[in-house]
Design a protein around this ligand. Structure first.
Ligand code: SF4
Length: 465
């Protein structure tokens, strides 16, 4: 798939702002680990990008050369950003998080008008639309009208930093300040850890200028629909972040509560402990514990120097990393009946290995509880997931259409057999939405229900009610 997973951070501050941008990016490293980059505005734009992680690749010497009072930064799985441009409207640098669905047709149309492209990166398309407009704000309005997809975007200019969010608000973008330093970040944790107060989220369709005065809304592009990515709360974002007013921790606890309540409603479950698959299963397992009263116990030790498995470059690397990152705490497992909570099941390989590891260590039973509804579609809006053919749920339901709750239960029994678990249950889409407490019309749920939030005609299937 073409999706990207990445994060942006930008700050208007003081001569030391590059150090805050460096630290801010480090707090966003979970959003992309292949590339990183920083651009600051001093005499002109000073700019460095690297292949690799922020703390491993930026040297002290490089940081000391990145002089300027304001700047932008980026971490990424696929694209090297920011991109820097010398233009008729001055020097600019651009970075974004998201995915441009109509990239091919935009490139074709622009090439037909004589534009040339360096690597056909999505950030290159966005940059060219902005620069061609001759004015940053006009350019960002044009981006909103021409681009189909998701973007949270920062533009570095001599006036300051422009921060923009697509009109549907797929990817998060939040403002923070201490009165002297004014910043914007893909996730609030980078602000909180730099001792900045969260001011507010950039609204869908809003363009904010960040300069010495703080935050000024310079434009709002209206939209009939909001479509915040629901997967951010369940998996992508860090648990200490707050996105669009909802704490990720609270959301995950609520998703775990929903799973426990379903077990209670369906007659209860005979088990000794509830445990997470670290790290992203922790909030869900704690929620399950809070709702059910079942004892919470860690059964895996997370290897803190391992990377997230699905962000590795290829399958062999992912499998090696997955094996390396979790070891079983055998004392907690022996003779126990375990409810294990995870955020989602993608291909089913990892959960099958984890069930086997627990049973090899002496677990009597392993019951798998999954916060997200079954993944039926890859993401088109900037989250790197697997292809449709790789999704385990699609092997059971090739057309991706649930017709009833009974069909979900049949899928759960089939996945339990495939993974050698004693039982498997997912949150339904309704339970998932209820846990977030955000109305369905303000969420993107397309990887579960195939409904593109742009309009009904573009939906890839009808929703399962
Ligand atoms: S398709 Fe899924 S992962 Fe992608 S934006 Fe929508 S909810 Fe998020």
């Amino acid at each position: 798939m073409t999706g990207e997973k990445c994060g942006v951070f930008a700050m208007y501050g003081n001569d030391e702002c590059v150090h805050d941008i460096y630290r801010g990016l480090d707090f966003l490293q979970h959003r992309g680990q292949e590339y990183c980059g920083i651009s600051v505005f001093g005499d002109g734009i000073n700019h460095v990008t690297h292949h690799g992680k922020v703390v491993e690749r930026f040297t002290d010497a490089e940081l000391s050369q990145l002089q300027g009072r304001w700047g932008i930064g980026h971490v990424s799985l696929l694209e090297r950003q920011p991109m820097k441009w010398q233009t008729h409207i001055g020097e600019v640098a651009v970075a974004f998080s998201g995915n441009v669905i109509n990239a091919d047709s935009l490139i074709e149309e622009m090439m037909a008008r004589g534009k040339s492209f360096y690597k056909q990166y999505h950030v290159e398309i966005l940059s060219k639309i902005i620069i061609e407009a001759g004015d940053i704000v006009d350019g960002l309005v044009k981006v909103a009208s021409k681009v189909r997809g998701a973007y949270s975007l920062v533009v570095l200019t001599k006036e300051g930093i422009y921060a923009a969010r697509d009109p549907l608000g797929f990817r998060p973008l939040v403002l923070g300040s201490d009165g002297k330093r004014h910043a914007v970040s893909s996730e609030s944790r980078a602000l909180q850890n730099l001792d900045l107060e969260i001011v507010r989220d950039v609204e869908p369709g809003e363009v904010v200028l960040i300069d010495h005065r703080g935050f000024t809304t310079v434009c709002r592009v209206p939209s009939k629909r909001i479509a915040h990515c629901a997967f951010e709360w369940a998996y992508t974002a860090s648990i200490d972040s707050i996105i669009d007013g909802l704490s990720v921790q609270e959301a995950r606890n609520n998703l775990g509560r929903e799973l426990a309540q379903r077990d209670i409603d369906e007659g209860g479950i005979e088990a000794d402990i509830v445990a997470p698959i670290p790290l992203s299963g922790i909030g869900h397992a704690i929620g399950y514990h809070m709702q059910s009263g079942m004892n919470y116990q860690e059964v895996f030790l997370y290897h803190r120097y391992a990377d997230r498995s699905y962000m590795q470059a290829n399958q062999a690397a992912r499998d090696r990393m997955a094996k390396r990152k979790l070891s079983v705490l055998t004392h907690a497992v022996k003779n126990r009946r375990i409810v294990i909570c995870d955020d989602s099941i993608v291909r089913g390989t990892q959960i099958r290995h984890k069930v086997r590891d627990l049973k090899d260590a002496g677990a009597r039973e392993v019951h798998v509880r999954v916060a997200c509804p079954p993944l039926m579609y890859p993401c088109d809006f900037g989250i790197s997931t697997r292809t449709r053919e790789e999704l385990i749920a699609r092997r059971f339901l090739p057309d991706g259409k649930f017709q009833s709750l009974d069909e979900q239960r049949a899928l759960e029994r089939w996945i339990a057999a495939e993974t050698a678990a004693d039982s498997v249950k997912f949150n339904s889409i309704d339970a998932f939405v209820r846990a977030l407490g955000i109305s369905r019309g303000r969420l993107c749920l397309a990887c579960f229900d195939g409904m593109w939030p742009f309009n009904e005609q573009e939906s890839r299937q009808q929703s399962f009610k």
